[in-house]
Ligand binder design. Structure first.
Ligand code: FES
Length: 99
């Protein structure tokens, strides 16, 4: 496991998300009220990019077919499956993910 800088805090406004890459892994990174959460970018259904999904509180909707996930836990709310989550560390302006 390594801590990888993936974004600046200012890159991701509260209530939005973004796809970033760390150690070759695509990660969906979200800002909920100033707290950052990271999970696998790949929707379990058919691999849709969760980082491009719409965020509503802590729920992201996959942009491809609408499966919903809790970004704090990685738990899918549509089916009994989940995606991997990653620890996030914020140091000054940098957002880092442990992968
Ligand atoms: S790929 Fe995400 S809902 Fe189908």
């Amino acid at each position: 496991m390594a801590l990888v800088k993936v974004a600046k805090k200012a890159d991701i406004s509260p209530g939005t998300g973004k796809t970033v890459v760390a150690n070759g892994k695509e990660i969906a990174l979200f800002n909920i009220g100033g707290n950052f959460y990271a999970l696998s970018n790949k929707c379990v259904h058919k691999g849709g990019p969760l980082g491009e999904g719409e965020l509503d509180n802590s729920t992201v909707t996959c942009p491809w077919h609408g499966w919903e996930y809790d970004v704090k836990t990685g738990q899918c709310l549509t089916m009994p499956v989940s995606v991997e989550t990653y620890p996030v560390k914020v140091e000054e302006e940098d957002v880092m993910v442990e992968v």
